[in-house]
Ligand binder design. Sequence first.
Ligand code: SF4
Ligand code: SF4
Length: 229
Amino acid sequence: MLGEGILRGLGETARNFAGSFVSAERLTTIQYPEERAPVIEATRDFPFLVYDGGDWEAGLRCVACQICEKECPPKCIYIVKSTDKKPDALGKPQIYPTRFDIDISVCMSCQICVEVCPFEAIKMDTEFELSTTDRFGGLLYDRKELAKSNEYYHKIHPTEAAEVDARLAEEKVKAEAKAKAAAAAAAAKAAAGPAAAPIAAKPAPPAAVTAPATGPASSEKSPQQETKG
Ligand code: SF4
Ligand code: SF4
């Protein structure tokens, strides 16, 4: 029949149009903010600093190496290093940031800071409701505002956080084994005593002293020669 395809197409369009109002799985619009769409694990908004344990300041993983500050494309990270050291997650004394600011009004959520951090100290948050009327102070986050626990990291990115924990645990075991081996070697050396110490090399005799020349060197002119010259 002439126009049968057109009629079938229009019918399909009408069916989809009506279905998008009544079929729950096809409703793509939600009544925000009363309703919330689920946040998927791969969501990334702005960075935060991870800390271990119950004290955000003592537990910050960041060692103020400043790699993220250098690599951040819009330069929205500002770090000041400490002049003293505190133990990091592996127990190694490290410097720490006395100041760590991120201007999230400039941050473009590229995640480069996360990629370059060698200490698993900075991760991407999923929090996006950050609007404020204070354009400057309200969007410049300091280290206290940026600090979030490892438990929070597990809550928002469970798969990634579990992988990071496994990697850190492995590094910790290796570091402990290395420290133990170094301590055992030092103890063995101390037990062996000075007898094991290498015999000091005999000092070399002083170099032969060349007899002084009786007259001026051939290249030098005597005062008489200079006068004649
Ligand atoms: S996410 Fe990108 S722009 Fe934002 S602080 Fe990190 S490196 Fe800078
Ligand atoms: S967050 Fe990571 S890369 Fe940035 S200063 Fe701290 S340890 Fe270094």
